[in-house]
Design a protein around this ligand. Structure first.
Ligand code: F6P
Length: 517
């Protein structure tokens, strides 16, 4: 980390954010930017014009512009897996000029989009029916991580845009309880399953898919299975083995990372829920943010500024945690979605070149709908010793009624004030230190376009931070070890005679578990 940034932090430590506001009547103007209806207000961050200028110089030194172009142009930016990262191509509208080497990929995206739209139309119009001839009323997406969180988050966020009659459900947990609870409620003759797995090797997803398959076969007969399952994957062979019909397969590609995939056929559950028109509005919103990210000058660029602030808070202000606090219940799943996006992408300690990183990388992301969080963990954010940065997301309309909109806005603004100004008191228990680092994301309403913009904003913010820290935001080697070890422990659990195969340090615990079961 540049020594000079710490120098700025030391200088600023003596000045509260309230004082920074008092010193600069134009602070809101200087430290907020709007793009296409989305306001990013970072005036409550503990920085000033000089510190921001130094951060902007750092991002230039890190080569952000060239890295960004390399990503959009389809260069290999995921070095450790030797892959492109082309989630942005998924939201490029038809007719977009792309480099020659991306033309076939763009064609494949168009085909995928047309097939998804046709499928959605056929399910909505009941041209595609259940094996019994009944109309599908319920869709169950079976997937985990990127094959679950994006669709689940978006379906919930865009509930008011639901089109047609379908209810969407999500099953991810390996323990099978989500599936069991759903199966008790659903009519198999009206239930369509989407098995969503980029690799089609993910244990949790396969376990749930097999449960669902057995349920349909048990209730409607083996011959019914094909009509009730579609799949989204890169793995044709595994789809063969699962007996997914040819017209029920939706292609994925290794150039789309799981956590960047809701724009692909992984978003099929979203498109079934909200219809193709709304889904395309979501893509268009993301596209607008792509254009902004690519074209706006760094000091005007929302994701660039957010990435720089993430660096400032993590490495200079020492914030190991970052809370995502939406002032709408509709974004209840956004924190979980961003946990994967940010923590799988930035939870790295080795640079792209294989060296130890200098300084810190990804923060621990957590969050809840802010209304509820105010009454649970805001206490720690206001008066605790942990250093946590915050994003408050505020839609101006969309609550139950106009009075509820006002309640929401007033709550959000009063919390933003409290975090910034703090509170002096003779009683130390009642003292609030203030100057808690926070940004506000404010938008007129949470519609499909705005959701697309918000998600792309976070994707690019993560990219910017990854460039500053020189880590690969598109791989996730850290999740592999546990998966591999699980493969060794399962047989030991299953066959007690093989207990000696377990690592010695597990013997005691395994013995205890065996006696309890
Ligand atoms: O285990 C992590 C992970 O690989 C994520 O990166 C991914 O989104 C998730 O598992 C699901 O993977 P798949 O879509 O291949 O089932």
């Amino acid at each position: 980390m540049a020594e000079s940034l710490t120098g700025h932090a030391r200088r600023l430590a003596a000045v509260s954010v309230s004082k920074l506001f008092a010193r600069n009547a134009n602070r809101f103007k200087h430290f907020s930017r709007a793009s296409d209806g989305l306001l990013f207000d970072f005036s409550r961050q503990h920085l000033d014009v000089e510190a921001l200028a130094m951060l902007l110089a750092d991002c230039e030194r890190a080569g952000l512009a060239a890295r960004t172009e390399a990503m959009f142009a389809g260069e290999i930016v995921n070095d450790s897996e030797q892959r492109q990262a082309l989630h942005t191509l998924l939201r490029a509208p038809a007719g977009t000029a792309v480099p020659a080497k991306l033309v076939p990929l763009e064609g494949a995206v168009r085909t995928m989009r047309a097939r998804c739209a046709a499928f959605v139309r056929d399910v909505h119009t009941a041209k595609r029916k259940s094996a019994t001839g009944a109309r599908f009323t319920d869709v169950v997406n079976i997937g985990i991580g990127g094959s679950d969180l994006g669709p689940a988050m978006a379906v919930e966020a865009l509930r008011p845009y639901r089109t047609g009659h379908l209810r969407c459900h999500f099953v991810s947990n390996v323990d099978g309880t989500q599936f069991a609870d759903l199966a008790a409620e659903l009519d198999p003759a009206r239930t369509l399953f989407i098995v969503c797995s980029k690799t089609f090797t993910t244990q949790e997803t396969l376990a749930n898919a097999r449960r669902a398959r057995a349920w349909i076969a048990g209730k409607l007969g083996e011959a019914a299975v094909r009509a009730h399952f579609v799949a989204v994957s890169t793995n044709g062979k595994a789809m063969d083995e699962f007996d997914i019909a040819a017209d029920a397969r939706f292609e994925m590609w290794d150039w789309v990372g799981g956590r960047y995939s809701l724009w692909s056929a992984v978003g099929l559950a979203i498109e079934l829920a909200i219809g193709t028109q709304h889904f395309e509005a979501m893509l268009a919103g993301a596209r607008a943010m792509d254009e902004h990210f690519r074209q706006a000058e760094p000091h005007e660029n929302l994701p660039v500024l957010a990435g720089l602030i993430a660096h400032w808070n993590r490495n200079v202000q020492g914030c190991a945690g970052h809370a995502v606090l939406p002032y709408t219940q509709r974004l209840a799943r956004l924190p979980a979605y961003l946990q994967q996006l940010e923590m799988e992408s930035l939870g790295k300690s080795i640079t792209r070149g294989g060296e130890e990183v200098v300084g810190d990388t990804g923060a621990v992301i957590f969050g809840e709908p802010a209304s509820n969080a105010q009454h649970s963990f805001f206490q720690l954010l206001h008066q605790g010793t942990a250093h946590v940065s915050l994003d408050l997301l505020l839609p101006l309309t969309g609550a139950a009624d106009a009075a509820a909109d006002e309640l929401v806005i007033a709550n959000c603004l009063s919390q933003a004030q409290a975090f910034m100004t703090g509170h002096e008191s003779d009683d130390p228990q009642r003292r609030h230190p203030g100057s808690r680092p926070l940004s506000l994301l404010v938008f007129p309403k949470l519609d499909p376009t705005m959701l697309g913009k918000l998600v792309a904003f976070y994707e690019h913010k993560v990219f910017v931070a990854s460039v500053l820290w020189d880590v690969n935001p598109f791989d996730q080697w850290g999740v592999e070890l546990g998966k591999k070890l699980c493969g060794g422990i399962l047989p030991v659990l299953h066959e007690p005679a093989r207990a000696s195969e377990a690592p010695a340090e597990l013997a005691g615990l395994l013995g205890w578990i065996r006696r309890q079961r």
